[in-house]
Design a protein around this ligand. Sequence first.
Ligand code: AMP
Length: 407
Amino acid sequence: MVDFRRLEDVDVSGKRVLVRVDFNVPCDDLGHITDNTRLKSALPTINHLRSQGAITILMSHFGRPDGKRESGASLMKLVQPLSQLLETDIAFAPDCIGTGAQKAVAALQNGDVLLLENTRFYKGETQAADGLKGYDPAFAKELSDLGEIFVHDAFSVAHRAQASTSGVAAHLPAYAGLAMERELDHLSQALDVPRRPVMALVGGAKVSTKIDLLKNLVSKLDRLAIGGGMANTFLAALGYNVGASLCEHDLVGTALEIMENAKRVNCEILLPVDVVVAKEFRAGAPHRVCGLDEVADDEMILDAGPATVNKLADAIDASQTLIWNGPLGAFELVPFDTATVEAAKYAAKRVVQGKLIAVAGGGDTVAALKHAGAADDFTFISTAGGAFLEWMEGKALPGVEILKKPQ
Ligand code: AMP
């Protein structure tokens, strides 16, 4: 279990609290927010700080302006929507350091909220002074001078050591915000101290992006189900003809190694037992369900078949915890979303019945579970992409390391 410093451990009243949020929200061409999930996930921390009479100073990156001021990447556009969600007016500083930021901070009263301009308007956020990867400690020091306490509430950037995260934590006492806390508690419960048996369902396009993740999971799980395009590499490793399917033939050795390791540590590997094949990669393409040894040379495996879904349902029944990352097929193309939708619905049903803890995360996974209508019933869905994957890989996340006790 991760033991970290929490917001409720510190008296924030009358203190200037510098909060790292992730307000890198999706916007349309006109700059209108298309999904305010990230704003909403910061509300519990901001409301807690306000209720305790703290001075809240929010900092975030937006887009990739790469050290240049770009009006399209200004955080100004978030002032009105955030004020509306908080039901109070918030202030905006036209800069995140320097006199612009200092003046805005000086004007705040206890309970006020200020949003600083995009931290990525400075190269020092993500680059060391010599242009190398990292951050500029002088820039981090300037940011940290604005506050007395640092609260990290952006798990989605926890896999990066940047000025506004690790850099600030080098100067200020650092605590996890409430959204960060929720992420860490759920993820840690699912993988570090899970209710067993624990299974993971890992899908998605390629094995190459998930080798470390699979290796780590095998050592921690009771069973690992592999689906999506990446399962094809495992099927090829077992000698099946996968026809024209997406398959990384050069990773057949890695797939075999993962399966051998799994056997050694008693982690059951579940692969598709039947598949849905088509000759074209498009929605509605003519398709058929077939056995693993019936795929023709000109056919592509685009989804898992019904017998596989049944097997997954049995595995879910036999598990108390499920960790899900990646779709079981080309879920954006109906009807090749079927296995993903069915398995997600089944897992959601088990959660609702109180029989399963189901945690999911990582890029397309959230979209796939939303598409299945299962997202709301999962125990927890991580808002993070890269950080969720690195956590599944068992890596130490810099943004979490800075929060660990003792200070
Ligand atoms: P990832 O980003 O690795 O999680 O992969 C997600 C993508 O994998 C989605 O866009 C899916 O359409 C794609 N995918 C899943 N299964 C297959 C498959 N059998 N063939 C081709 N693409 C697939």
